[in-house]
Design a protein around this ligand. Sequence first.
Ligand SMILES: *[C@@H]1O[C@H](CO)[C@@H](O)[C@H](O)[C@H]1NC(C)=O
Ligand SMILES: *[C@@H]1O[C@H](CO)[C@@H](O)[C@H](O)[C@H]1NC(C)=O
Ligand SMILES: *[C@@H]1O[C@H](CO)[C@@H](O)[C@H](O)[C@H]1NC(C)=O
Ligand SMILES: *[C@@H]1O[C@H](CO)[C@@H](O)[C@H](O)[C@H]1NC(C)=O
Length: 347
Amino acid sequence: MKMRILIVVCLFLTVLTDLVAGMQIHVRTSGTVGPLRHFWKSTGFRKYHEPYSGKTGLNACSLPPLKPPVYNFTSLDSLIDLLYANGLKPGFELMGNPSGLFKDFEDKTSLMIEADPLVGWSQDEEWRADSTYAAIVAKLLSNDNAFLSWSPYQYTQRTLLARFQMNNTSPPHTHFFQKPVYNGMELLSLLGEIEVQSKITYTNGEDLNTPLGVLASTHTPVTNHTADSWQTTVLMYMSNDTGPQTDKAYVYLSIDIEPPRWASQELHMVGWWLDNTLGNSYKLWDEAGRPPYPTLELQHQMRTISNSPPIFNQPVQPGNQFIGKFFIQEPSIVVVHVCSKPDAPPD
Ligand SMILES: *[C@@H]1O[C@H](CO)[C@@H](O)[C@H](O)[C@H]1NC(C)=O
Ligand SMILES: *[C@@H]1O[C@H](CO)[C@@H](O)[C@H](O)[C@H]1NC(C)=O
Ligand SMILES: *[C@@H]1O[C@H](CO)[C@@H](O)[C@H](O)[C@H]1NC(C)=O
Ligand SMILES: *[C@@H]1O[C@H](CO)[C@@H](O)[C@H](O)[C@H]1NC(C)=O
């Protein structure tokens, strides 16, 4: 009887696997494509990386402190060029353009109008609340964050943080919670300044039109013998923009990790995952009935989930490495970050 159940389960899993697109991503860290310009202007991961932090005793690439990036809208033209150069086709409403008018990105004039950060930012949009927005931002490598949301749209306006004005206390006070898009910006800040080769092949030989993208990069320290070190970051994202998020895929990721000879060959790898469960404080707030004044317990849960720990955190060898099989569902961002041991302890 047990055997029969087992067989049925196996068959079911096989069918399930067949229904889901499968693809292989192969990254070559020594295959330079060109400079990767950071249009989101973050503090960068150089200064803040403490991969071998003596303080915590953890051998881990850590995320930089939370500093919302500042972006530069005058670079939008170049951004669109870069996206096209990277094979990304941003044929959807950029920055939540509420009118949905400007779908043709060849038409840059309209783009500049659309790029006006004051247009439609306060529009209440569900997709801005959860990881849908984060995955779009990963696709666009751009965002804006200059606004403060208000009740009852704490999450659904175009902001990186959800603002809660707690008027039920005397004096009233304010809480901010990281939206998934904010966590997504943090993940983008892990990208280095050189884009390297990545190739997607489909296990059954055909392009299934799955909206999965990959961006691989390396980072080289500006000066030697510092706390900074050679690093490589692979960012995978799956997003159907603001449309229904139903696609999923199995991704087999392998990386030829080739640190330059002058860098330490002692490597550490950390994996980060962001989707509508992991890292999504909006989901908890929504499930709790969207209270204007979240209880202390809910606040705690929202903060905990916003700071979800890495999905893996372990040493890795240089050379060709199979990193793992990932089951990715829209909307999500998955980042694999490898750093070589720096010469000096963190500043
Ligand atoms: C924004 O980008 C443009 C073009 O790349 C550049 O000339 C300008 O200095 C940038 N502005 C800021 C504030 O960095
Ligand atoms: C809290 O007070 C501010 C300022 O008076 C107001 O704008 C806001 O709507 C109030 N928030 C809630 C949830 O009542
Ligand atoms: C760091 O050292 C290596 C070899 O020791 C050298 O090839 C490289 O150019 C140096 N980098 C800088 C920025 O000085
Ligand atoms: C993606 O979104 C579009 C609408 O923008 C929708 O027509 C399409 O069915 C969606 N794709 C999937 C696989 O759900």
